[in-house]
Design a binder for this molecule. Structure first.
Ligand code: PAF
Length: 288
């Protein structure tokens, strides 16, 4: 498929299977799982998938707002749905197949009896505030892996805990998929691109910039160790208005305790107005 051609849309498992099977022998399949409302952050995942599978491979983007990962009262109903624009972005980035199934196609007979138990990493951070969320995410990702059978799957580092858990699932359950984490794409000013940014008004957008500023402060002070990094980020947040902090932590790359020296991660979640935002940055701890 060359850039600009509209990808073929598969609505059913059967159509998907036919389209993915129709490729040269040895050609790889790259999957970018999404919930739609696609933006430049997703486009970078499509480009990464293309790099991994090369010109001969198939890039599949799934667009499915997964009810299983939303708790009652969360934004399932108001989650932005922009299918035509999504398809145009996929075309611009040379995607071969868009898999956009109905809820019934993914969950025939309702919620599955067997689901993926995400383990202890799902009990912290996002999982503490959104119980059941990662069970829903890993279950649908496992289904997508089973349906698409990708060689490689690309996820954004923006949802860092999700990335850690998907990697863990693929390794622990021997799924034979290479899980790649692609760097977060940011708007001017540093706000991490997210489909939920469309909920923010102008004032809230300005307030939301505090999240990335705090993370940058942590990164700039990481050479003095995790405590200093955290203190520097907290100082930025103390001066912020309109940001209701949920958590700010410095951890190791697998979300365990932060080492004094080596790779780390700063992660933040906060509510701005009614919108919950998350962001994170890699840290080089104790380099000095
Ligand atoms: O990151 C997302 O958009 C979703 O959690 C995912 C991975 C597509 C599963 O529904």
């Amino acid at each position: 498929m060359s850039k600009g051609d509209t990808p073929v849309v598969a609505r059913t498992r059967h159509q998907l299977h036919e389209l993915v099977a129709d490729r040269a022998e040895g050609a790889k399949v790259g999957l970018v799982p999404t919930m739609g409302a696609l933006h430049d952050g997703h486009a970078s995942l499509m480009d990464e998938a293309r790099r991994r599978v090369e010109d001969s491979g198939r890039v599949v983007v799934s667009i499915f707002v997964n009810p299983m990962q939303f708790a009652p009262g969360e934004d399932l109903d108001r989650y932005p749905r922009t299918f035509d624009a999504d398809l145009a972005l996929c075309a611009e980035h040379g995607v071969d197949v868009v898999f956009a199934p109905s809820v019934e196609e993914v969950y025939p007979g309702g919620e599955p009896q067997v689901t993926v138990e995400p383990g202890p990493v799902a009990a912290v951070l996002e999982g503490r505030v959104r119980p059941g969320h990662f069970r829903g995410v890993l279950t649908v990702v496992a289904k997508l892996f089973g349906l698409v059978r990708p060689d490689v799957a690309v996820f954004g580092q923006k949802d860092y805990q999700q990335l850690v858990l998907v990697r863990r699932m693929a390794a622990d359950l021997c799924m034979g998929v290479e899980v790649v984490g692609a760097p977060t794409v940011r708007e001017d000013g540093g706000l991490a691109m997210s489909s939920r940014n469309t909920y923010l008004d102008r004032e809230q957008r300005i307030a939301a910039l505090t999240l990335s500023s705090a993370l940058r402060a942590a990164a700039e002070n990481a050479d003095q160790g995790p405590d200093h990094a955290l203190a520097a980020a907290r100082a930025v947040l103390r001066a912020a208005q309109g940001v209701d902090l949920d958590y700010l932590v410095v951890t190791g790359p697998d979300l365990g305790p932060a080492p004094e020296r080596g790779e780390g991660r700063a992660l933040i979640a906060a509510r701005v107005g009614t919108t919950r935002l998350i962001d994170n940055l890699p840290l080089q701890l104790g380099a000095r």
